[in-house]
Design a binder for this molecule. Sequence first.
Ligand code: NAI
Ligand code: MG
Length: 352
Amino acid sequence: MKKYEVAVIPGDGIGKEVVPESIRLLNTVAVQCGFEISYKHYDYSCEYYKNHGKMMDDDGLKKLRDSDGIFLGAVGYPGVPDHVSLWGLLVPIRRTFQQYVNLRPVKLLKGVDSPLKNPGNIDFYIVRENNEGEYSSIGGRLNEGTEHELVVQESIFTKRGVDRVMKYAYELANKRNKKLTSATKSNGIIHTMPYWDERFKAIGKLYPDVVQSQFHIDILTAHFVTRPHEFDVVVASNLFGDILSDLGPAVIGGMGIAPGANLNPEKEFPSMFEPVHGSAPDIAGKNVANPIASVWTAAMMLTHFGEYEAAALVENAIEQLTAEGNVLTPDLGGNASTVEVTDALIQNIITK
Ligand code: NAI
Ligand code: MG
């Protein structure tokens, strides 16, 4: 029997509610499809930071290294600055393990209301560069506190970094509907973004069947609202991808159902699976968080493992649940709890 070892980091807030529920569901689907998952739990979080002055063990990365996948809830807690949780845990994991693709599906599920009047059939992927770009620690301040104060923040775009994420996006588009859109801003950002465009075209030569389009990020955000059904795969730098991947979920019904994966496509290192949403302190501890984002994220992990049948079972269970529409959490207009929604999903899996 195939066995997978998963490192589990529930994190903070609703992460601690949706992660155990996703694991309960994963165990059901594993039995159903004939494989095994074992879990190692890590309490790395902002709470851990409050007690230890750091987000994870000094040898935390070494411990996570041996897993087949890392399953994360969310980190973030009032009182701990967000850059601490990001740069103390998520960024080191994403970069050390070369998880250079942040993959975020944007799909309007049956039965879910979009805030758009005529949304059409929305079903596309955002491929966000996840290791470099605008999120860099290179820069600094001079003459602090004086009239001559000066602040510099550098963006990093390497050939290797840009090409590999472009390749991934083209491959994905090639397998789907053969349309790839690039987010740019080469009119205003005159060094890195023209380079991004250049590599988009260069790598595109390897994929003659894929139709290319590119838009400046400002108008692209407008298109996400006015004609989201036209997209198939969208590739973007770290910052632009970050923005687009909150806008995407907003048009398909919210953060409660938006999954995500940080992938090392070569599988040289473990990939990390985390929903788009954060720790949601406003609803934490109330058993009302929507588990769908985390459960769908678990399905992405199964896909990465090559357990396609299991992944499809989970995705179909989600779609059946929203289509029926009688067991939903408050964010989708229902009054069911986190646990009740998971129970219903598990029921859908068992009765398939
Ligand atoms: P958030 O995603 O936690 O919450 C935004 C809104 O969406 C809130 O109203 C929340 O109640 C709602 N929401 C989110 N997930 C939901 C779910 N599963 N079911 C129902 N409603 C849901 O984003 P926010 O408020 O900007 O950040 C809160 C904390 O989370 C911050 O400390 C932030 O840094 C952190 N964060 C962590 C991330 C991660 O660990 N990957 C990602 C984004 C934010
Ligand atoms: Mg974000």
